[in-house]
Design a protein around this ligand. Sequence first.
Ligand code: 39S
Ligand code: MET
Ligand code: ZN
Length: 758
Amino acid sequence: MTTWTSSNLGYPRLGEKREWKKALESYWKGKLDKGSFQQQIRELRLDFLKKQQERGVDSIPVGDFSLYDHVLDTSVMFGLVPERFDASEGYSSLSTYFAVARGTKASPASEMTKWFNTNYHYIVPELQNAKPRLVDNYPLKAYQEAASELGIEGRPYLIGPYTFLKLSKGYEDHQFEQLFNDLLPLYEKVLRQLQDAGAKSVQIDEPAFVQSFPETDIPLIRKAYELFNREVPELDLFVQTYFDSVSHYKDIISLPIAGLGLDFVHGKEGNWANIQNHGFPAGKVLGAGVIDGRNIWKADVKATVAFAKDIQAETGSEHVEIQPSCSLLHTPVTTRHETQLDPLLLDALSFADQKLEEIDLVTRTLNGEDTAGEIEENTAQLARVKNAPWRQETAGNATGDIPSSRPLSFEERSPLQQEKFQLPKLPTTTIGSFPQTREVRVERRRMRKGEISAEEYETYIQNKMQEWVDIQEEIGLDVLVHGEFERTDMVEFFGEKLGGFAFTSNGWVQSYGSRCVKPPVIYGNVEFKEPMTVKETKYAQTLTEKPMKGMLTGPVTILNWSFERNDIPKKEVAFQIARALNDEVLALENEGIEMIQVDEPAIREGLPLKRAEWDEYLEWTVHAFRLSTSSVKDTTQIHTHMCYSEFQDMIESIRALDADVISIETSRSHGELIETFETAVYDKGIGLGVYDIHSPRVPDVEEMTQMIDRALRVLPSSLFWVNPDCGLKTRDVPETIEALKNMVRAAEEVRKNLEQHA
Ligand SMILES: Nc1nc2c(c(=O)[nH]1)N[C@@H](CNc1ccc(C(=O)N[C@@H](CCC(=O)N[C@@H](CCC(=O)N[C@@H](CCC(=O)O)C(=O)O)C(=O)O)C(=O)O)cc1)CN2
Ligand code: MET
Ligand SMILES: [Zn+2]
């Protein structure tokens, strides 16, 4: 007799109408006092638990909620606050916590980077001189709160020691084992306190188990879980993996743990092969991640039930837990406020709350409950969607008519471009966006609500462009941008203008801290309808003699930061977007915009978690970029931009993009990227970001000249550009202007030095 239960792995923090974001931002601005802030947050936290309870989830995670980021919570819990931060109010005080996340005047924030292959960013733990100790047991507090306030017997959430250390920096490979050993007693203490408080099980997330990791780490992992199993025998250790199939599956399933959760959506083939080849140990709970936690399409409940039964039959498991494929942090909260969507499309969607209902339905069905009516309804809904007119279109993916390489090599076309643009050495520019102030957003909302006309809004945007062209001229930047004021977001904006996309009103997902994105939904074939950026860019160009850089989002980034359709291969969609962007690039060029940036920050984040799959991925992503950008004249300069990235291992693919200039985020990793160029050859235009734009802190001239000098030790000055790490949309106006002034002065100083030494 099989036991079927349900569990959730994490719930979105944002709230149905982004209440969490609003509370945080008001608190940071000093508009909400600490007491009210904590009260509001507590209500949200409890409400989220209640919503999961109401949806019948058997195992509800507690402690996955966070005030910024769950990795930062783990760091703070273990006292891993870098020394540069003032911890006088206590390591786990709000002021210290937010200082690490956001930086202060005195201390730059900790680095932030991508959470595996998602668009969520975590704060990277810094372990230089680390002396970890248990400062606060967050999961315990969360467990007790859920129990006393709501009577929920929650399952405390923890990031496992192996994954935590893998996500950290500030140590050499040979120190890994020592640091790991230092952490274990702390984990043991946390677990013991949970056991003493009556917790029955814990969720220990180890997504690092799905990455390609060295076999030599296995004894360490084994040692950790053996220790936990020995020291907290009453507590069921439920190890959770997601985003792909488990590497070294045989070793991982033999750990002394109570259960293992596997992703049967994003690691379906690999995990299926794993259980076929190696089975699943008797007596352990099998977590079956069968509901997609990364996308927003309604599940086929009937097929899911059948698949869960297949998994059970294959493994003979006595206890299977039906789960989402990963934490629901990566999906929007609920479809219930979506009123603008085509009803047929709305019918096809499932956000976090709906996914929990699907999990419940699947579980009840497996338990033999009569759910025939509900299943029938689900089947009918799916059929309606399948018959929708936009699902009938066959994929038009022919791109054979678009060139995917430029006629001249970089060496040949670069002098032609220089002759045309006449740029100084170390040209200065920015990445595209200028502050999206509250005023800009309010104006847009007024236009959308019909409170002002489209013309009034257009005039407002034109005035903004004028204002910022003047500012850029005044600062002395060499290549200007229009500022992206007309855009809500670099992906959503294009989604709204291209065919085949739909957009939600409340489909927000956390990107980092309080910042959210509203990924558009790709439901049909992507098509160019009309020029998307020409009007603004052309207008901005009339305001200046300097080159105005056109600004587009690249095909892979549009794809990766949207909810993708799941009925045709991803790369087909990328090529469709590439075709549309190629039309836009040519439309810009045709109107005299001859420097065009096509941003591709998401190429790196989308890299498969398993090395073996990299080549194939890089091949189609590079091809998509080249399809978008290769049709231009020799004298047209193509720029691209990437951020949050570790590029060490993909420099060759970056070269293969064949962009004339690339700008890359560098400074938040304190220049680590620069070291890459000591060995790698990069021989096209390149700007390594000279200042971190994620923090309100204004760097001084000296700091930036140092960054430039450091870069020039490994890159030729003839190819080097000076720019910030990324766009400036999240910054305030005064700090933006001040920082850019310092940046231009830094470039001037270094230029002067170069001339003296020439
Ligand atoms: N898609 C995507 N992914 C990305 C990035 C990115 O730019 N886009 N950048 C990297 C970092 N991530 C980021 C993600 C979001 C934001 C960001 O600034 N998001 C904004 C929302 C942007 C937006 O869509 N704004 C809308 C709606 C904003 C809004 O809340 N409007 C108010 C009215 C105005 C107000 O009260 O503020 C309302 O409707 O009530 C607009 O501008 O129109 C936010 O969270 O605040 C920045 C960086 C990596 N991933
Ligand atoms: C996340 S990359 C952002 C690039 C975009 N052009 C901007 O400046 O905002
Ligand atoms: Zn960027």
